[in-house]
Structures are given as structure tokens and as C-alpha cells.
Write a protein that binds this ligand. Sequence first.
Ligand SMILES: [Zn+2]
Length: 472
Amino acid sequence: MSAFTLIRNAWIISNDDQIGDLRRGSLLIRNGEIVQIAEDIEQPEGCDVIEADGFLAIPGFVDAHKHLWQAALRGICGDMTLLGYFETIRQNYIASYRPEDVRVGNYACALELLNSGSTSVLDHSHCIITPDHADAVVEATLDAGIRGVWAYGYCPVWESDAFRKQEDRIADAYRIRQRYFASDDNLLRMGVAITEQQLLPFEYTEMEVRSALDMNVKWTAHTHCGNGAAPISRGIYKLYAKDLVNELAILSHCNEFTFNDFVMMNEVGAHFASSPDSEIYMGITKPVNFIEAIAAGTPVSLGTDTVSCMSADMFANMRLTLNFARHQINAPAAAGFQAVLHQKVSVRDVFRMATINGARALGIDHLVGSLVPGKRADILLIEAGQPNLAPMTDPIASLVLQGQVSNVDTVLVDGKIKKRHGKLVGVDLQKLNRELSASHAYLQANTHVEERDLAHEVDRWSDRLTEAAVDA
Ligand SMILES: [Zn+2]
């Protein structure tokens, strides 16, 4: 393989204000780095060429909130609420997971992301029952060749023989950091995913966050996204009051945040990731929180959350985001029979949420999120002549309003081709599907899903959480 790759004659959507869009241009890559974007580029000797006439070249998507380990459980959550998901997946199935299950789950979901055009991800990896699970899940994610942050989840199951106390989990995170993520120069970087606040006394939450700050890595938290009266995952103010929330924080969901909460988080540089698909699906307290975030000037990034319930389709999530944001903003006018004269959220705003905003949240916007010389070559080629996209007049509008995963013809990560002509490259899908099916069969056979009265469970959780809050 040559050190050079030339993508020639594409419609380039740089996502960068200075470079803008080139109706017909070329993009030169050297050793994974974008070195030139211009209308005409002289082809270096021995250069690999990708002829892209009739294709858009756009930056890869960045999925800022995902739990990759659940791929073998795809489709089993058809009619679950958040509470049902919590009981079934996070209480019952998770206890059956072996290292090989998280391995195949993470690998399969990483491929789903790459196939869908997400070249970077934040993996909120909360199925680490033993150190072997941690090794397996990291190795699988590295094998897949996806970029992003792999966040060590401190809360896999409530009791674990391998980790007698929370300090043991934190010590294991340091081991993983040392073993796989000693350098930040790799595609995948270390992160931390803290236990949902109020499931543990606050001193443990503080300890978990301090481990991330000590390692100087990103940390993420399900934040203020309870179900009904259960006060799960609230408590960010306590961390804020102790100066523990800064630019390393990626707060997911934040459905109960007010305008002032977003302003407060902006002041310390914390990041916000919404997963509209799951927030609406799961009946989280107040599904999706765009108006307050947008009004506060908070950059919104997007995630696709669980594999068991959601797809990794960023096109669908951009569309949902746009439509739901517009619905929220326009609903008061519509209810008062007033005409809506302007849209306050544009298709380009949403495209940025799915790309550069996510890259900023993950701390990798100096590398990806836009097509700029000096950045790494995470690039999608979108076939513009497909029936759902032609004629191509405003590419961003077409991608956000009509784009589909089937339009993603080619995916490059760090200049390496991961998908070409609509097919993943270097992947034995038949073998993977056999392993996924075997994992699914094992988990089904070994998991006892307790039939519970969920109304009773709400009371049980509320009592437990209230106790924890009092402990704090
Ligand atoms: Zn989540």
C-alpha cells in the first residue's frame, strides 16, 4: 500500500468554515493524514487513487454515547421502558456475560458503527464483571479499528466476586490504562464511565471521578435522566461544587437539565451528549433536552446508546434530532395558531452535532470531525446518485433529511479503508454471525429473567436511591 491516497473529483463537504465545500475537488492523504484539499492535485508517484466522481466526501460521524457490548442481545427489548431495560439487561442478562460475550458484542457493534459511517465512538463500557472482561472488550474494540474513547465502566453488576470493593475496579482501570492506553497517540483512548450517581454513596462517585482526573482521561456519566420519580443519576451539582466537573466530563442525556444547568456546565467546559432515539423510546423523564441546551449555547453531540434497543444509524438520529428539536421549539407557536416563519435549528447545525461537536466532546477535534489539512483521514464517501439522494442540490439537507446507511459506499479511518463499494473490508461476517448467534444462545440459556411487578420495582428503587442519597 502506498503512503499516498488521492480521493479525486468528489463533492467535498469539509465541515470547516474556512475551507467550505468544493463542488468538485480532490483530497490527498499521506500516511493517514489529510495533507491537501484543492480542485486539482497532482498525483504523487505510486499513489493509490479513489475515483470519487458522483460521490460526496464528508467527515466520519462521531457517536458520543454508546454501549457496544450488547450486540448479541439485539432486538430483545421491543417494548421495554427504561425500568424494564434496567431490570432485564443491566440486572439479569449482564450477570451471564462471559469475556467472550463482551468480546464478540463489542466487535460486532464496532463494525455496525463503521458500516453506518461512525468512525469514532465513546464506548460507555459497563459490562466489566472481571479483569478478563476488561481485557476482552478492549482487545475486541482495538481489533475493529474504530477511533474514539473506550470508557472503563465501574458499574457492571451490583455484586462481583472479582471486584470486592469499588477500589478494586478503579485499580483495574489503572491496569488497563497502563496495558493498552499508555499513549494517547492510538486510535482508541482511555476513558472512565462512572457508576450512575446515587446508586452508590457520594464518596464513591467522587473516587471514581477523581480516578479519571488523575489519569487525565475523559469521564462520562448518565446524568439527570431518571425514570419517573426515581432520582437516578442526579447529583452532578455535588461534583460541580467540589470542582470535579471540567472539560474532561461528557454528560449524557441530561434530560432534566434546566437552562441554568447548561450554563453552569458551559462555564466549566463540560460536554453534553444526547441520544434522542433512546431518550424518546425509553420514556425518560423528559425525553430529549434541546431547547435549553441550544438556548444556553451548549454544543450538542449525538449518541445512539444501547445496541439491544437502538441502531447505530446516525442518519436516522440526525433526522430525529432535527424533527424533535423543531417540534419542541415550534410547538408553542403552533398551539397558539401562530405561523412559524423561521426554523431555529438548521440541517447544518444537526450535521455538526453528528460530527465536529462529537469530536469536541471526545477531545479529538484536532484530529477529526472536519476535513482539514493536518487532521486525520476519517472520511465517508456517499454515493450521490442513489434514488433517495438524487438530484443532489444541497448535500447537507439531503444527508440529514434523506440519507441512509446504504448510501455509505466507502469508509476510511486514519486513511485505512474499512468499507468499500458498500461492503466492510477484511471482515469475515459469516464467522462473526456464527459467534454472535452462539453468544446469544448461551446468554438466553443461562439468564433467568425475573418476572417482576415493575410498579413494585419503582418503589424498591426509590427507597434504595433515597437511602443512598441520604448516605451521601
Ligand atoms: Zn447509556
